[in-house]
Design a protein around this ligand. Sequence first.
Ligand code: 9MR
Length: 371
Amino acid sequence: MGVNSTLVKFHNLSIFLFCALASLSSGQTLREAADGAGVLIGAAVRPSQFGEKQYASILAREFNSVEPEDAMKWRVLRRNRRNYDFRAGDQVVRFARAHRMKIRGHCLVWGRDNPDWLMEGHFTTPQLSRLLHDHISRVMKHYANQVFAWDVVNEALDENGNLRDSIWLNQPGIGFAADATAYIAQVFRWAHKADPHALLFYNEAEGEALNRKSDAIYAVVKDLKKRGVPIDGVGLQMHISSDIDVESVMPAIAANIARLSALGVQVHITELDVSVPVDSRGVARPADLEKQADLYRAVVRACLQNPACTAIQTWGFTDKYSWIRSHSRGTRGAALLFDRDFEPKRSYHALLSELLAGRVPKSFSPLQRSE
Ligand code: 9MR
């Protein structure tokens, strides 16, 4: 190992120790720091884990907001056509209320993860339209006054920024296949009617920086605003990898948040995780965990810089439970703030110190509709 790389490692280690000590001596949790900064810090949760003591206590201590990772999806709520099964979603609501946390709802309209009876039911357009309208109304009314913001539509665009074929758009769709975003406009209107107080979000993947996809998201939101559609925000998922170059990507993310906020919508970072390469035992290299911490820090900074970026949510919080390992067939993982033994990682300390650094005061309440 050369002298330079030893020096770099020593430098990085000192920064880590400094941040860790600073956050320990501040004695503050993410939740307290986020309350101070006026931003929501959330995590996607699995209610089946609430009985696990460490899981529940860290979640309640460190976060002021939760979102069910799967419990409010069609697959879970609509196991069969006749009944709505709110049990898992209600568990999330009970946990959040007991610990005074906000709840984001996810998600009402998505082409994926729908039950077989729906996907294979050969429904006609009028039948599908009725089914979706009924779903949005029932679910939003059930969770009215509990869920403050909903991902109404999730991932309607493909990687090139074109509308994805889906049961809701054109297979056979709910009746608007000829007019690009009209089906999105329709479901936002239904959602607003069902719960006029809820904040309504369009949630999307891979559109965080400046690229074809984020251009398309921008164009869709601009168009919806022009049509007077009640949309309050854009969810930028932020599933990113430690391989990306923090220096070049972060200015683009900040610029993207800025252009969206100029349209008059809020931005939530909805599904943040930073995956790193792992070995067969799921262990990551320290250097990658350092890069990961830098990326967490930079994402939080990009959000806090803009008063319209009002929530930062990670997709889970412990490496014990994350979608990444199975998704990457075991090659990546360790993407979250706490390790598999619930110990806070460098990324935790990076995020905490960034939240403690504070933010510009907001000009509106992030929890209410601004009309
Ligand atoms: O993490 C979620 C996993 O448990 C589910 O099996 C999967 C399919 O419903 O969805 C995962 O979450 C996705 C989220 O709902 C939308 N954005 C991408 C997320 C990761 O795939």
